[in-house]
Design a protein around this ligand. Structure first.
Ligand code: UD1
Ligand code: MG
Length: 463
């Protein structure tokens, strides 16, 4: 028995008024389609995404998620061509579903991001089920008609409904589990003689309900809310945020100002983490026990070990920070930064592909790129690794317990041995052996009384 998910994502999303296909619009940093795919159970035989509008962008995104290991099961795509309705979308999947040996299909929409994995799991385990919701203003949703015992009797789209049918508040959430051979047959008989001239999947489901029992599960409307406009996107983001905040609060995380704090769905926080106002954590972020993340800090795809202190206004991307390290305020850790235990990175320091070993310090105004800095070394204010010659990038290797004086430029490739001392203001262009003192300065010229002399001349000129 092989269950295959079909995710409808071919629609244009006109009301988003965007170049980006609707399903790629983000909710807390992750595109809607990724939310839907991540909610699928890992034992699913596969998923088919129906694409058309913005197809190249969707395919690109799917390939990137695949590489990043974010997809729970094998995913293929079908191009619907000109989308003629949800039923037509399923019709274009027939040969792909046959090829995959589907015995049952679970149908979801790529623009409905907040269905929980528990709900999707129930859908995947059901023989034939429809997810519905009860709305006080059912609006343009399709109406669900049930037999007295709850079984599905029929469905009617709002635009085709009688005034009496429009009063029904139970609406179709657009998520279904159905046996494939039976649905396949029902799709063959679909027509488009309706108000929208579309091939409705709902007609096929209603036809199926005549020959087998289709259950109706009523869900929390938040789980089935679709993203059709920027208003919907904002509302979904808020709902997602509430859900994620309460989860992490229950796990022992403090939010000093929850309303201004954004935590994405792939963020993992340990106990006693404290998030100050205006923090944003997106992508795959792991924050260890008792870390404190300062106001206005943005962290993407990074790992913080326990007890890290990030002071306000840091930007951290694809970096690792070892336990007890202190970063910021106003620091920028870029991709490939790897800070060991107890490292200190201070204000206005930028790091990229920089490995700093235990206890190394760069407390003020520095650029550290393509570099490795040994245990206990101290990088003075204004130090720059000159890693780029205009064509290629080169590495700077600094040993243990090295002291690099302020305003030093390290012209890479260059190696500084353990225990070396670099005088302030030096331009290093050659390797420095261990325990050496390296210094490049033009000799200082001091003229006794020279300043007074210049000042008196200046006075003469102006006076
Ligand atoms: C559909 C249902 C309606 C239900 C609502 C729930 C039908 C006929 N109606 O309405 O009963 O209440 O969903 O949200 O199914 N799509 C395609 N190809 C198409 C058309 C749509 O892939 O040809 C995709 C869209 O991109 C979207 C999803 O299918 O992800 C639903 O389409 P949409 O037009 O939003 O559904 P409705 O017509 O509003
Ligand atoms: Mg429609």
């Amino acid at each position: 028995m092989s269950t295959i998910a079909v995710i409808l994502a071919a629609g244009l999303g006109t009301r988003m008024k965007s170049r980006l296909p609707k399903v790629l619009h983000p909710i807390l940093g992750d595109p809607s389609l990724l939310w839907v795919l991540r909610a699928l159970p890992p034992d699913l035989a596969g998923a088919v995404v129906v694409v058309h509008h913005g197809k190249e962008l969707v395919l690109e995104a799917l390939a990137a998620w695949q590489v990043a290991g974010l997809l729970p099961c094998p995913v293929t795509t079908v191009d619907q061509g000109n989308p003629l309705g949800t039923g037509h979308a399923l019709q274009t999947c027939v040969s792909e579903l046959d090829r995959l040996g589907a015995s049952r299909v679970v149908i979801l929409s790529g623009d409905v991001p907040l269905t929980t994995s528990a709900t999707v799991a129930r859908l995947c385990a059901a023989e034939a089920l429809l997810l519905a919701m009860d709305l006080s203003t059912p609006g343009s949703y399709g109406r669900v008609i049930q037999h007295p015992d709850g079984r599905l009797a029929g469905m009617v789209e709002a635009k085709d409904a009688t005034p009496e049918q429009l009063t029904i508040r139970r609406v179709n959430g657009g998520a279904y589990a159905l046996p494939w051979p039976a649905l396949r047959r029902a799709l063959q008989g679909l027509g488009n003689d309706n108000a929208q001239g579309e091939y409705y999947l709902t007609d096929a489901v209603a036809a199926l309900a005549q020959e087998l029992t289709v259950g109706v599960e009523v869900c929390d409307p938040e789980e089935l809310a679709g993203m059709n406009s920027r208003q919907d996107q904002a509302a979904l983001q808020q709902a997602a945020q509430r859900r994620i905040h309460s989860h992490w609060m229950a796990e022992g995380v403090t939010f000093l100002h929850p309303d201004s704090t954004l935590v994405g769905p792939r963020v993992v926080l340990q106990r006693d983490v404290l998030l100050e106002p205006g923090v944003r954590l997106e992508g795959g972020v792991q924050v260890g026990e008792a870390c404190r993340i300062g106001q206005g800090t943005v962290i993407t795809d990074s790992r913080l070990d326990p007890g890290v202190e990030i002071r306000p206004y840091c930007v951290i991307e694809r970096a690792q920070v070892g336990s007890g390290a202190k970063v910021g305020p106003f620091a920028r850790l870029r991709e490939g930064t790897d800070l060991a235990e107890g490292v200190h990175i201070g204000n206005f320091v930028e790091t990229k592909k920089a490995k700093l070993h235990r206890g190394a310090k760069a407390n003020h105004l520095a650029y550290l790129g393509d570099t490795e800095i040994g245990e206990g070394s101290n990088i003075g204010a204004g130090v720059i690794t000159c890693n780029y010659d205009g064509v290629n990038k080169h590495r700077t290797i600094i040993g243990r317990n090295v002291f690099v004086g302020s305003d030093t430029q390290l012209v890479a490739p260059v190696v500084i041995g353990d225990g070396a001392l670099i005088g302030a203001g030096t331009t290093i262009t050659k390797d420095v052996p261990a325990d050496a003192l390296a210094l490049s300065r033009t000799p200082q010229n001091t003229l006794e009384g020279g300043a007074a002399k210049i000042r008196s001349r200046q006075k003469k000129r102006t006076g």
